[in-house]
Design a protein around this ligand. Structure first.
Ligand SMILES: O=C(O)CCC(=O)C(=O)O
Length: 282
């Protein structure tokens, strides 16, 4: 059997036409449990002191040194709605964190094993990447009741190379449904070009253009089972809604760029002191 990431011609055609692709059963139940258990340990060891809040609505973390440093470590970001007025948590710590990132794939053996797996490498080989490298990893919790929305965006806005090369991998670590905040995407929207970039400068970050408005009727839900992988083109418009349900929706998101023939923008928010390790080099 070829590795799960080795794409057939039909799958490549679907990805090219739609800008996304769902690979069911990409990870085994055992591997999913391994990642969930490991994250529970990391959260258990987190003292709650060094942290920030993550929001895609007002980008409040834009001047936040904790956020910038997270490019090369394992950092914890709370849900915007996690706190009471007096600053105490409304729910236990493990039900209050929005995401952990952005270098889990580098510093934690369990997430590194996934990122550097044959399944992931074969996927980028199928997509003809020459020297792919994971540039960020995020464990996203979409917590019950308070899991924040992710507004419509393109990943190339944040992770820009010249020429553009970002592909997102979104692994469901629980069933993702319309009820608990699954991904939604506009099929084919990756063919309409990049709409804006987020630029880092001395005063923080800003967008070079306002966000276009999108017709919600154009989005389709990507409801998937735990273990499924959603492959996301860097120009695909995608989003997820707030999770008001009592069920969480854990996912692992990796973003990969080609480090051969593509230049990482010095204007991206994410700047590393050391070059990322490639998955393979042709
Ligand atoms: O998990 C989500 O709700 C959104 C994730 C996303 O947009 C991404 O990883 O690019």
């Amino acid at each position: 059997m070829p590795p799960a990431g080795s794409l057939t011609d039909d799958q490549l055609r679907f990805f090219d036409a739609n800008g996304y692709l769902v690979l069911e059963s990409f990870s085994s139940a055992e591997d999913v449990k391994g990642m969930r258990d490991r994250m529970a340990e990391l959260v258990d060891g987190f003292d709650g002191v060094n942290s920030s809040v993550f929001s895609t609505k007002d980008h409040r973390q834009v001047k936040d040194d904790y956020f910038f440093k997270s490019a090369e470590n394992i950092s914890f970001f709370f849900e915007e709605k996690a706190f009471e007025d007096d600053g105490s948590l409304k729910q236990p710590k493990e039900l209050s964190i929005n995401k952990v990132g952005h270098a889990l794939h580098e510093h934690d053996h369990v997430f590194k094993n996934f990122a550097f797996s044959e399944n992931v490498s074969s996927l980028f080989s199928s997509l003809c990447y020459k020297r792919p490298a994971v540039i960020q990893s995020m464990y996203i919790f979409k917590q019950p009741g308070i899991g924040g929305e992710v507004v419509p965006h393109q990943d190339n806005t944040f992770l820009y190379t010249e020429p553009q090369s970002c592909t997102g991998l979104w692994l469901a670590l629980e069933d993702a449904t319309k009820t608990n905040g699954c991904l939604w995407a506009i099929p084919g929207s990756h063919k309409n070009g990049l709409k804006r970039r987020m630029i880092r400068d001395e005063s923080g970050t800003h967008f070079d253009h306002p966000s276009p408005t999108y017709d919600q009727k154009e989005f389709v839900p990507l409801e998937v089972k735990s273990g499924a992988l959603v492959v996301i083109h860097g120009d695909l418009i995608h989003q997820s809604f707030e999770n008001l349900s009592p069920a969480s929706r854990h996912a692992l998101s990796l973003h990969v760029v080609d480090t051969e023939g593509c230049e990482w923008s010095k204007q991206n928010w994410l700047q590393r002191k050391t070059a990322p390790e490639p998955l393979y080099a042709n």
